[in-house]
Design a protein around this ligand. Sequence first.
Ligand code: MG
Length: 161
Amino acid sequence: MPNAPRIGTGYDIHRLVSDRPLILGGITIPYERGLLGHSDGDAVFHALTDALLGAACLGDIGEFFPDTDPKYENADSKMFLADAVSRIRAEGYTVGNVDLVIHAERPNMSDFKRPMAESIAAILEISPKCVNVKAKTNEGLGPVGTRDGIACTVVALLLQE
Ligand code: MG
């Protein structure tokens, strides 16, 4: 089907450490620890970037922004996502909707889901009604459950312009 919608998935996890701000979906969230990463560690933007690239069959974030490149040290991950948006647009796609899950034992995300959806929608240039942010604890299981990390999974749908 030449004009069929295209679906992509993304996943990312980063380790929680002291002395870093917690930034998810471009929003700084008050917490005693933050995500370790070569960039700002924004697992939401990284997973979403991968979902968009995946839907357009354009590879993954590491191919365009290797974490060995000093240029991206402490980078604002918004640039990765904005770059992916430019790439999918160049291929003739727009974003239909995205649905994402933040996997975090702490902190509670309920106050931040809406600001995150608005932040993401602005970068994707779509309505916040097309961006759904969910948050789950891991019931104490695994690296998320022990509060060693925060993960994010994303599904994105692209439409042909
Ligand atoms: Mg990452």
